[in-house]
Design a protein around this ligand. Structure first.
Ligand code: HEM
Length: 419
């Protein structure tokens, strides 16, 4: 399909297949930004939504949570055939920060925000460094030099950190990984079983909740210095956090806390493989890892979109949005916006300023942004310092997902310096 000649309404910026087979639809977004930056689309299998593709418009929406609520359709997924849209929106299997609105959202966010301040997160730096080094040591000791960078390297460091933050023991890491893959892979054939119904596919949420029963009971009996203990003993209006909300919060921290960072790490490697000179600059000067990490988040934008529902009629950049309409915020498009960046399609690890929207903006700005930044900064420093040789040893496969996207497998042959 030539994205410059098809009618605008036929541009595909949402199907999992598009993302799995061709990657993020940057050409289609560039055209929408030029010709119709707030454009109503009605792809088959989806209820209609407005595709918002410019940074200023995404910011305008995100800063007005009263006019654009997160409750309801907070991500754009295909509708199960025959389903009643009101039913889908009102019976979410989870009630997390991402689908709550003020004032309740602020109450719940307060419960966890102290854990994620820059000061609290900075204390984790040494531990993160140890975890990262340990991962490379384990690989180097394996006596084999071929790896899947995504599953064996990129996934491991953020996973190990978030499980420690939540007080989940290391032997349950693979369980957390399985749940996360099923959550973000809802649209990906690799994580589906033929003939499964949606309810069966969502069974992993009950599995996670059953595990939280154990974790919370332990945390209440013997509170420790971890996030689960903080939440298990926290109160809202003088009462313990209701069970559904408590479990949803844990679920969100568990999955949002590493899958996104994993995709930034694996997407970052692809960016470096395509721009090797930029990796050589980082290797020559590993202290550039913080600024390089910002460019990696801009370039890869692992959280591609979130969605809002208009609570009033609203004119956005000339488009007439009606109360009840869905509004898709395409952060990955905003991060290539020509009005923000003079050279949006260049990958430069020293880009400054870099006001990207990779962590969102406004009311729901990523709670874990400081943790993600530290994860990435430590990862890329250690990787640049320890990598001795690297070559891609097979084709890269992409996730079939338009919500949190990126590489699914990157086969590599590599060696790392041991201590
Ligand atoms: C590179 C990694 C990450 C990226 C790109 C990312 C991106 C985002 C984005 C775009 C949002 C905005 C949601 C919205 O507007 O509705 C968000 C929210 C959130 N993120 Fe992250 N995130 C990352 C890592 C993390 C980590 C490590 C955590 C750790 C727990 C985390 C926890 C959250 C939470 C709890 C929210 C919801 C905040 C709210 O609704 O108030 N994220 N993230």
């Amino acid at each position: 399909m030539d994205v410059n000649t098809v009618p605008l309404d036929e541009l595909d910026v949402i199907t999992a297949r598009q993302y799995g087979e061709h990657g993020y639809p940057h050409d289609a977004w560039a055209r929408l930004r030029r010709e119709s930056p707030v454009h109503k689309l009605h792809p088959e299998g989806y209820r209609p939504f407005w595709a918002v593709t410019k940074a200023a418009d995404i910011t305008e929406v995100s800063r007005q949570p009263e006019k654009f609520r997160s409750f309801g359709r907070f991500i754009l997924m295909p509708d199960p055939p025959g389903a009643d849209p009101d039913e889908i929106d009102n019976n979410m299997p989870l009630r997390m920060l991402v689908n709550m609105d003020p004032p309740e959202h602020r109450e719940y966010r307060k419960l966890v925000s102290a854990w994620f301040t820059p000061r609290a997160i900075a204390k984790l730096e040494q531990r993160l460094e140890d975890i990262t080094v340990e991962i490379f040591q384990e690989l180097a000791e394996r006596g084999d030099d071929t790896y899947d960078f995504v599953t064996e390297i990129a996934a491991r460091q953020p996973l190990r950190m978030i499980t420690e933050i939540l007080g989940i023991p290391r032997e349950r890491e693979d369980f957390v990984l399985k749940i996360t893959n099923q959550n973000f892979g809802l649209e990906d054939p690799e994580f589906q079983i033929e003939g499964e119904t949606l309810d069966e596919r969502l069974a992993f949420i009950s599995e996670a909740f059953a595990y939280f029963d154990e974790l919370i009971a332990e945390a209440r009996a013997n509170p420790r210095n971890d996030l689960t203990s903080v939440l298990a003993t926290a109160e809202i209006d003088g009462e313990p956090v209701p069970q559904f909300e408590l479990y949803s919060l844990l679920f969100l921290a568990m999955v949002a806390g590493h899958d996104t960072t994993r995709n930034a790490i694996s997407g970052g490697l692809v960016a470096f493989l395509d721009h090797w000179g930029e990796f050589e600059r980082l290797q020559a000067n590993p202290s550039m890892s913080p600024i390089a990490s910002e460019e990696i988040v801009r370039w890869t934008t692992p959280v591609n979109h979130f969605s809002r529902t208009a609570t009033v009629d609203y004119e956005l950049n000339g488009a007439q949005i009606k109360k009840g309409d869905s509004v898709g915020l395409f952060y990955a498009s905003a991060n290539r916006d020509e009005d923000v960046y003079p050279d949006p399609f260049e990958f430069r690890i020293d880009r400054d300023p870099n006001p990207h929207l990779g962590f969102g903006i406004g009311e729901h700005f990523c709670l874990g942004a400081h943790l993600a930044r530290l994860d990435l900064k430590v990862f890329w420093r250690v990787f640049a310092e320890r990598l001795e040789s690297l070559e891609q040893s097979g084709p890269i496969e992409l996730l079939h997902a338009s919500f949190v996207g990126g590489p699914k497998h990157i086969p590599i042959r590599a060696s790392f310096r041991l201590d």
